[in-house]
Design a protein around this ligand. Structure first.
Ligand SMILES: *[C@@H]1O[C@H](CO)[C@@H](O)[C@H](O)[C@H]1NC(C)=O
Ligand SMILES: *[C@@H]1O[C@H](CO)[C@@H](O)[C@H](O)[C@H]1NC(C)=O
Ligand SMILES: *[C@@H]1O[C@H](CO)[C@@H](O)[C@H](O)[C@H]1NC(C)=O
Ligand SMILES: *[C@@H]1O[C@H](CO)[C@@H](O)[C@H](O)[C@H]1NC(C)=O
Length: 929
């Protein structure tokens, strides 16, 4: 419950009072009334007060004291904090408007300032009022808590007193050994590591989200394998550990069996250590540390874990990747939720204990499937919910009811409380700055695939990400994401080709927890379905999912910071009110809605930082867009925008512009983007980090060099004549890592002989005929060895050029789309040593592909599509022993089918599709086996 809202406000006030803003403000305020002049100091007071309150609430939270007075107090503070946030946003806006160095000054329009949305007098009045109310609140609080202090003192211990579990293996009483499902593989791995001949001490770690069954697995193995050790001890570290307690427990349990005279309670920690070391020194021991939260706990307990070379083992279970990393190489086991079939089995055993073979009655089948989908393979919840349902009448109605109320059941039902507690604990342990980021993910629909890039921009727009040193906000935010994944709050769905998170998901139950928490903190509200039913109507963030009836009228829109909508059936009556009423919006995401025209009033959203109109039919933006001075991200992917309106170049805080749309519906494996026209003054947007896709022009390529922060650039419609200036501009980009250049037509020659960059790039895509010396340009000579990904289209590569590419040492991905026009394609020994993915599209003339032994030695994915003249499978494909997957698409009808099996048998996944008639993967599989 530590108040995330307070932190945000404190930070926001900090920004308002930071050097630059304050300096401008001082001049501005000095000329006004006394009350206005006192604004900075009044705001400072509020900031200090909120900081104190935050520390106070956090302290109470730690101690696990549940107290209704404090709950009520927190709620009132939160309300004031939110009001303060609104006021600070107004203040920052007004000051920004008067910034002489700001854009208005830049364009020399002084004296023609637009009339302000807010008045300083009103702001000052509000600040005074909030200040007073905070003071009153604290006084009242004192009055109510004083009497309590004398008697039932708030415990002062510095660690948790709330004992979540009885000590001992946690899920022991829940899942019996014979009921364990889907754990065989993990159990086997664990037993192997436990019993291996390896003599040195080994630390084994099992990690995964709360309730995934880590302790259950360890417990089951513990019971069968403990006899191999001279002594064993199981310690629940949980969150309430004190190192001394761990040692005491350890010694007590060990000595108890050894019948010595020692009394662990009576000795101090130094002695404890000595005794423990003495005890463990001569024994083959097994120690289990269950549910470890910090690696600190572990490092320090290592002091007593002597490595006596007798094959001793320590097993830890944890939700944190970081903690698990303490395990020795190859001794770390990630525990994933159960697969569907196993989950079903386990659930049915619990839900239908008295039915023979635990078969689900047909009328409950559908409902069970729905419930299981929610639980998503989390054993702890499967067992708890299954057991609970076993006690209910077995009628469809009863069960459906339960399903519909699953969320509130989770919190209300005593028997499910431990599920919630396990998940609650994870939330409680998040550092403050991660809590907001975590909760934010819950405003997306269930099972929604979340993308790193998108999430990061949202977090930044909301102000969740704090600048540290010279790192970019984007990099810091990525660190947050990794932090949440490593704490098992998010599950990674897809990694990029070099191991970076690309997309992720929230487990359904975790999402329910987050929604519950969000509602409580008024962080966000999700409005779902036709009924639009929702609780917590005055939240700061609103997402509407499939609400064809519009936003329920009782929801207060005036204070929203984020608005998102999901579903393509929601007309303008849904989002128009938001634009006109939600003045403080920072994030407006209307992607996928049927939108043609954006209203002019959007320019009044003075606080807007992210505007997303992806996948809409928007053709143009209103002129008022130029008023959105704080805008950081402007996204119009797959819209129909052709031109930006005049004045976008005034939005100097823009960091990301994406207006890419693809040329045709035909989804190609290579990029095929169409750009928008470059607008005048785009080169003033010097904070830009990504820019895609813009059509080239003489002026644009010449000025592009001003955008030195660019990391991602996509430029289309490039003519030969632009290339010299383009190369010159690119040579000034220190941060660039991904570059897409597309010529205006297939035959246009990209004259990139002088291409150069100060630093290496990761990915380069070039669409158009390559000039002869491109691959010998300064860039390729100097940084080619660092390139990870190269895509070429219509390049008319020669054999010699292909050979040059084959030497790029780190190249992992190669896409060639109509890029190679010779008749034979020969991969020689030693070529493309590190290539993992190769995609060859439209090899128009190639009639033979040869792969020598020792070529493409790392290749894992191979795709070839539409090789018009090729009538056989590449010769030598049998040498590619690391292949995992191969696709042969739109192959020549004459390709002989009968020899396929033999030639491709060594590849685990093969898809073959011939041009005439389709032979699917399944066909081939049965054909092969
Ligand atoms: C979980 O956390 C929520 C919100 O802090 C709280 O209201 C609820 O009582 C907790 N549930 C349990 C079972 O501890
Ligand atoms: C994937 O992740 C790495 C490491 O974090 C990152 O540097 C790189 O940009 C990404 N690679 C690709 C091919 O996108
Ligand atoms: C811009 O949008 C396109 C199309 O979805 C996408 O492929 C590209 O990665 C986006 N650019 C950035 C910098 O995210
Ligand atoms: C951008 O260039 C492409 C050709 O590469 C052209 O088809 C398109 O119409 C141009 N876009 C605009 C907005 O002019």
């Amino acid at each position: 419950m530590a108040e995330t809202a307070l932190l945000l406000v404190v930070k926001r006030i900090g920004i308002a009072l930071a050097g630059d803003t304050l300096k401008i403000a001082k001049d501005l305020l000095a000329k006004r009334s006394e009350m206005v002049a006192a604004l900075p100091s009044d705001m400072k007071l509020i900031k200090n007060e909120l900081e104190l309150i935050h520390a106070f609430i956090k302290g109470i939270d730690r101690k696990g004291v549940k107290n209704e007075i404090i709950e009520a107090y927190t709620a009132q503070v939160r309300t004031l904090a939110y009001e303060m946030e609104d006021v600070v946003d107004q203040f920052i806006y007004v000051v920004g408007e008067h910034n002489p160095k700001g854009i208005f000054g830049y364009f020399k329009k002084i004296g023609k300032k637009p009339c302000s949305l807010f008045s300083l007098d009103e702001i000052a009045t509000d600040v005074k009022r909030i200040n007073k109310e905070l003071k009153d609140l604290s006084e009242r609080m004192d009055r109510w808590t004083k009497p309590m202090d004398d008697g039932a003192e708030i415990p002062a211990a510095g660690y948790e007193i709330e004992q979540v579990y009885p000590p001992g293996p946690v899920h022991d009483y829940l899942i019996k050994d014979e009921e364990l499902v889907g754990t065989d593989e993990n159990k086997k791995t664990l037993i192997d590591l436990l019993c291996s001949e390896d003599q040195p001490l080994r630390i084994i770690a099992l990690w995964g989200m709360g309730g995934v069954g880590k302790s259950t697995i360890v417990n089951s193995v513990y019971r069968t394998e403990a006899f191999r050790f001279d002594c064993c001890v199981w310690i629940s570290v949980s969150e309430s550990y004190k190192l001394e307690d761990i040692w005491k427990t350890m010694l007590k349990k060990l000595v108890g069996k050894d019948e010595s005279e020692l009394n662990p309670e009576a000795i101090d920690s130094a002695e404890l250590r000595v005794e423990l070391i003495k005890f463990l020194d001569k024994k083959r021991y097994l120690i289990i540390l269950d549910d470890v939260w910090t690696s600190d706990a572990l490092f320090r307990s290592r002091e007593v874990l002597v490595d006596n070379g007798l094959g001793s083992r320590v097993i830890i279970t944890t939700r944190m990747d970081e903690v698990a990393s303490i395990a020795d190489d190859g001794y770390k086991i990630k525990i994933e939720p159960l697969h569907h079939n196993d989950a079903w089995l386990l659930f049915c055993r619990k839900a239908f204990p008295r039915i023979e073979n635990h078969i689900c009655p047909p009328d409950l089948h559908k409902c069970c499937i729905d419930i299981l989908e929610k639980i998503n393979g989390l054993p702890l919840a499967l067992v708890a919910i299954g057991s609970l349902l076993s006690l209910r009448p077995r009628t469809e109605r009863e069960w459906r009811n339960f399903y519909n109320q699953l969320t509130s059941e989770l919190h209300r039902n005593e028997n499910l409380n431990h599920v919630v507690k396990v998940l609650n604990l994870s939330y409680k342990h998040l550092p403050g700055y991660l809590k907001n980021c975590f909760l934010y993910a819950a405003i997306f629909p269930e099972d929604f695939l979340l993308y790193r890039k998108r999430m990061i921009k949202l977090w930044i727009a909301e102000g969740f990400v704090e600048q540290i040193g010279t790192c970019s906000l984007e990099d810091i935010a990525e660190g947050y994401l990794v932090g949440l994944v490593r704490r098992s709050m998010f599950e990674v769905v897809e990694l990029n080709r070099s191991g970076r998170i690309r997309s992720f998901r929230m487990h359904d139950l975790v999402r329910e927890l987050a929604i519950f928490q969000s509602r409580k903190e008024r962080f966000s509200t999700v409005c779902y379905g036709r009924s639009g039913l929702t609780v917590g109507v005055d939240a700061r963030r609103l997402s509407v999912i499939l609400c064809s009836n519009g936003i329920p009228s009782h929801i207060d829109l005036s204070r929203l910071r984020t608005f998102m909508a999901f579903g393509d059936n929601m007309g303008s009556s849904l989002w128009h009110p938001v634009i006109s009423k939600s003045k403080f919006l920072s994030v407006l995401d209307l992607s996928g809605l049927p939108i043609n025209v954006v209203p002019d009033s959007i320019g009044d959203l003075f606080n807007l930082k992210l505007l997303c109109l992806d996948d809409t039919s928007v053709r143009e933006l209103p002129k008022s867009i130029k008023k959105l001075r704080d805008l950081q991200t402007l996204s119009l992917k797959h819209s129909r925008l052709a031109n930006f309106p005049e004045g976008v170049s005034k939005l100097v805080k823009l960091r990301h512009i994406n207006a890419s749309h693809s040329q045709s519906v035909d989804i190609r494996l290579c990029n095929n983007w169409e750009g928008v026209e470059p607008f005048k003054g785009i080169w003033y947007l010097t904070e830009l980090q990504s820019l895609s896709s813009i059509n080239s022009s003489e002026l644009f390529v010449a000025k592009l060099g001003h955008l030195t922060q660019l990391r991602y650039l996509s430029i289309c419609d490039v003519r030969s004549g632009h290339c010299a200036k383009l190369c010159n501009s690119l040579s000034q980009m220190h941060e660039l890592s991904k570059l897409f250049i597309q010529a205006c037509s297939e035959d246009e020659v990209l004259q990139l002989d002088s291409l150069s960059f100060p630093n290496p790039l990761q990915k380069v895509y070039l669409g158009g005929c390559l000039s002869e010396k491109t691959l010998e340009s300064p860039f390729f000579l100097k940084h080619g060895h660092a390139l990870l990904h190269i895509g070429l289209k219509s390049s008319q590569l020669s054999k010699n050029q292909l050979s040059q590419l084959s030497e790029l040492a780190k190249l992992t991905v190669l896409d060639l789309d109509g890029a190679y026009t010779e008749e034979d394609l020969h991969f020689h020994t030693g070529w493309f040593r590190n290539l993992k993915i190769m995609v060859l599209i439209d090899l128009t003339r190639v009639n033979q592909i040869c792969i020598d032994k020792g070529a493409l030695v790392s290749l894992e994915h191979f795709c070839i599509s539409n090789p018009e003249e090729l009538r056989e499978i590449p010769v030598g494909i049998n040498f590619l022993t690391s292949l995992k997957e191969a696709h042969f698409l739109y192959m020549h009808p004459d390709l002989p089918s009968n020899a396929l099996k033999e030639k491709l048998d060594h590849i685990p996944d093969v898809y073959v599709v011939k041009k005439a008639g389709i032979q699917s993967a399944i066909d081939l599989d049965t054909h092969c086996k």
